[in-house]
Structures are given as structure tokens and as C-alpha cells.
Write a protein that binds this ligand. Structure first.
Ligand code: FES
Ligand code: FES
Length: 158
């Protein structure tokens, strides 16, 4: 049965009328038109649907929307600055051309942002561990690692 649910998405309060067991991903994409997070496997196995929940990168494809209430939800759309300037991680992925088809890109970027918020200078091994849940069929991981390192050094200069 549908019910009114309040969510904090990208710093804005949103009110939606959905069944509480609707996956958060569906609510973001279908109700809020936030299409950064992608549907890949639908089984919490590929990372395409990652969002930040209170700063942690989490899959949203199976998480009931009711479990996201009271948490700060950040999607890819919420990373850029108010003036439109992209997040340093987004800039770094562009500079390193760390994408082919781009389908996994949302997850790789959200995972990288979460990592750099906790660890400002991660090693290659730490980056690999942080992004091990992000499957990329096109094989951009080497460039993604370079992008995370570029973003870290950029962030540390700012
Ligand atoms: S679509 Fe959510 S982890 Fe694959
Ligand atoms: S760029 Fe195609 S799946 Fe990663």
C-alpha cells in the first residue's frame, strides 16, 4: 500500500507517495527523475546503482525506500557544486578518460567519492579494495585508479 515518505536527497527534502518496500533506486529514477544511478543487476552485485547513504557508497537496487528515511542520500547529480562546477572526482574521471560505455561510471564515481572522503591519499591497493564491488565490463579499472589518484592529489592541493 502506498504511503507518504520523506527523503533527504541531495540536500533537499522530498516527499513521495510509494509503497515502503519499493527499492530506493526506482524511487530515485522514476519518482524523482534522478537518473545518475543505473539499474544493472538488481541484485546488489554490480555497483551500477550506488548512491551515498550518510556518506557510504551503497547499492540502491534492493534497499527498501523506507530504510533510507532519516539518512542523507546523495546521488551523482548531487556531487557537483551549486555553481555547476563538477566534483573533483568527476573532473578526474573525464581527464583520465576513465569510461567506455559509461554504464558503470556512476558506481565507480560514487565509490571513489566515498573512499576519498575517508582516505585522502589512498594507495593502489586501497583503491582496488574500495572499488572491488564495481563491475566494469569494458575494463576501465586501470584508468579509474589513475582518476582516483588524480582526484586525491587535486583535492590535497585545494
Ligand atoms: S544494480 Fe544494484 S548492484 Fe547492480
Ligand atoms: S565503462 Fe562500460 S561497463 Fe564500465
Amino acid at each position: 500500500m502506498k504511503t507518504s515518505i520523506a527523503l533527504d536527497v541531495n540536500g533537499e527534502e522530498k516527499e513521495i507517495n510509494v509503497s515502503p518496500d519499493t527499492p530506493l533506486l526506482y524511487v530515485l529514477r522514476n519518482n524523482l527523475q534522478l537518473n545518475g544511478p543505473k539499474f544493472g543487476c538488481g541484485l546488489e552485485q554490480c555497483g551500477a546503482c550506488f548512491v551515498l547513504l550518510d556518506g557510504e557508497a551503497q547499492p540502491s537496487c534492493r534497499l527498501p525506500v523506507s530504510a533510507a528515511t532519516g539518512k542523507k542520500i546523495t546521488t551523482l547529480e548531487g556531487l557537483a557544486h551549486k555553481n555547476g562546477k563538477l566534483h573533483v572526482v568527476q573532473e578526474a574521471f573525464i581527464t583520465e578518460q576513465a569510461a567506455q560505455c559509461g554504464y558503470c561510471l556512476n558506481g565507480l564515481i560514487m565509490g571513489s567519492v566515498a573512499l576519498l572522503n575517508k582516505n585522502s591519499a589512498p594507495s593502489t591497493a586501497e583503491i582496488k579494495t574500495a572499488l572491488e564491488k564495481n563491475i566494469c565490463r569494458c575494463g576501465v579499472h586501470t584508468r579509474a585508479i589513475k582518476a582516483v589518484k588524480r582526484a586525491a592529489s587535486q583535492k590535497n592541493q585545494d
